[in-house]
Design a protein around this ligand. Sequence first.
Ligand code: GLN
Length: 269
Amino acid sequence: MSDEREILRAASARLAAAGVDNPRLEARVLWEAARDPAPFESFIARREKREPVAYITGHKEFWSLDFQVGPGVLIPRPDTETMIESVLTEFPDRAAKLRVLDLGTGSGCILAAVLSEYPNATGLGVEASDTARAIATANMERLRLGTRAEIRPGNWAEALDERFDVIVTNPPYISTADIATLEPDVREYEPFGALDGGPDGLDAVRALAPELNRLGGTSFVEIGIGQADSTAEILSAAGLHVLRAAKDLSGISRIVIAQSQPLPKKELE
Ligand code: GLN
């Protein structure tokens, strides 16, 4: 017992020296995951180099569900739970047979969380990365959503020709210049393609906007700090009707919600 306390004290001192924010808590979390001094030593050594805790443990909680994560997928963020709350607000009927599309599904956390709230809903997660697709597929199976969720390869909505009630997406939205200012945990370990949104961070939104209008439904788009107005403009220009922006727990506009207004089918003459 006092051995364990000594090991934890030494480990949290090393993590503090490496500049991590919550060294005691993280030492404890890594100890719980390792449960033995030998793997614990290697976990601490990895964390000292600023590898994210979630990659070391292989897990991250999101919307009270346990997700498998690893290098190659963005680690689920608490901010993104605002997305799930927004869907619940717009679609209060939990029995609804919603058809849900998640563009750039990554670990699958958004799609899985939405499906977990609507037992009659089915979903499609599109993801370009092989690594992420394997993890998303495993997560759907682990969460017993495998029969309601399909994970498919694709470059955004390119190959799709189906209408969805709900489209959710957390695209890369950090401007290329800002990537250098991110914590090393993010910058050096998380997939660049899931973070880099081009010169102003809005490249993905520009690519997605016409597709959201074509395939939706109601779209829920995660954005970065200060991007609400420009995102709303881009979506409006593509023909969508912007409903509102939902704020995250820090009071930052995080999710832009917009309604598709597809062009009416031409009348047959
Ligand atoms: N929220 C992530 C971060 O701040 C960025 C995710 C994204 O670009 N979609 O690191």
